[in-house]
Design a binder for this molecule. Structure first.
Ligand SMILES: [Zn+2]
Length: 107
């Protein structure tokens, strides 16, 4: 049985996000062509919530995290890896976050 699920893609140039439906049996691409500017929209996974287009502070934070290998993948720490780390709320927190969790970054 295949259950479709939504993946969020976001274009950092347009500051727009797009949902695409995939089946678990199918491999999900890490990027797609942005329907708005024909640039690259990156896969930010199932848990990504896009800020408002006008919220440039939040988009700067997302861009910063992305450049450091954090694409809203789940980061699990602790014994048994049951603790999920919350993503930072602000760019200031993100600067500490990328240092603290650099071992979890996706290259
Ligand atoms: Zn775009």
């Amino acid at each position: 049985m295949t259950i479709p699920y939504n993946m969020a893609f976001a274009c950092l140039d347009c500051r727009k996000s797009f949902k695409r439906q995939f089946n678990l049996s199918k491999e999900c691409p890490s990027e797609m062509t942005c329907p708005n500017c024909a640039g690259i929209a990156h896969n930010f996974g199932r848990h990504f919530k896009a800020p408002k287009k006008t919220d440039s502070k939040q988009w700067k934070k997302i861009e910063f995290l992305f450049q450091h290998g954090f694409k809203f993948q789940k980061i699990r720490i602790g014994s048994g890896h049951h603790d999920v780390v919350n993503y930072p709320d602000t760019l200031e927190q993100a600067r500490e976050f990328v240092v603290k969790y650099k071992n979890h970054a996706i290259s």
